[in-house]
Design a protein around this ligand. Structure first.
Ligand SMILES: [Zn+2]
Length: 244
């Protein structure tokens, strides 16, 4: 069986992985429609670093006829969802038929303030995209939030038991299948539902590209954007090459 596993963290590898799950009788469904006992596949993406990478994965899914759920951070140093390019990317995600949810970083909030903070961030994200935010996922969740049964700010979240323990759950954290390949997951062997969490940055590697090399490429891309923005808005920076 191992020799048939799609090996590459590339866009083609992602396409092959989803196709392999389809070959096993799976159907892609949204969180709201997933039944743990069915061959239902939830495609979840936590956008930790790059909306450009998210869009690349989103185009592959749309070409296959599938829609996924993309979870966006509002409080990150790595991208700004209010920037024009980010808003263009999110509008494109929605136009491809995908959903945009809130990727919530609870680190800045006490546990008694999380519900209000989620409500505030969902409202901001809805204003930004013009689309309803129906799902929340946690960024680097505290252990106490895994399996947390209650809704947050009236919304379902990705670590509720029905999505996390009653169905299979598989993640590509740190750019690898740390807890086993999804095609070898017990839920897939049993024909039960699977929540597949992937981070788009890892799937926009070139063939054989290492995790750190990919992240260095991301840093270079961000640096180029910052330099272009400085040159467009700050004359001393724009003219730096012509002055002593
Ligand atoms: Zn995250």
């Amino acid at each position: 069986m191992t020799s048939t596993l799609p090996p590459d963290f590339t866009l083609e590898g992602y396409r092959a992985l989803i196709a392999a799950l389809m070959d096993r009788g799976y159907a892609v469904v949204d969180f709201a429609d997933a039944r743990p006992e069915a061959r239902h596949l939830i495609l979840r993406h936590d956008v930790d670093m790059s909306l450009d990478a998210a869009l690349a994965v989103a185009e592959v899914e749309a070409a296959m006829g599938f829609s996924a759920h993309y979870f966006v951070l509002l409080r990150s140093e790595l991208y700004n969802p209010f920037a024009p390019a980010a808003m263009t990317a999110m509008r494109r995600l929605l136009s491809l038929g995908h959903r945009v949810g809130l990727h919530f970083d609870g680190a800045a909030h006490g546990s008694d303030a999380i519900d209000a903070a989620v409500a505030d961030e969902c409202a901001l994200l809805e204003t930004l995209t013009g689309a309803p935010v129906t799902m929340v996922s946690f960024h680097r969740p505290a252990a106490g939030l895994l399996g947390h049964a209650a809704a947050l700010a009236g919304r379902a979240h990705a670590y509720q038991p029905r999505f996390f323990s009653e169905m299979g759950y598989c993640s590509d954290s740190r750019g690898q299948w740390g807890h086993g390949h999804p095609l070898e997951h017990p839920a897939v062997a049993d024909g039960r539902a699977l929540q597949l969490l992937t981070h788009p940055i890892w799937w926009t590697r070139t063939k054989g590209e290492g995790v750190v090399v990919r992240l260095d490429r991301f840093v270079d891309d961000r640096s180029r954007v910052v330099k272009e923005e400085l040159a467009a808005n700050c004359e001393p920076y724009r003219d730096r090459g012509t002055r002593m």
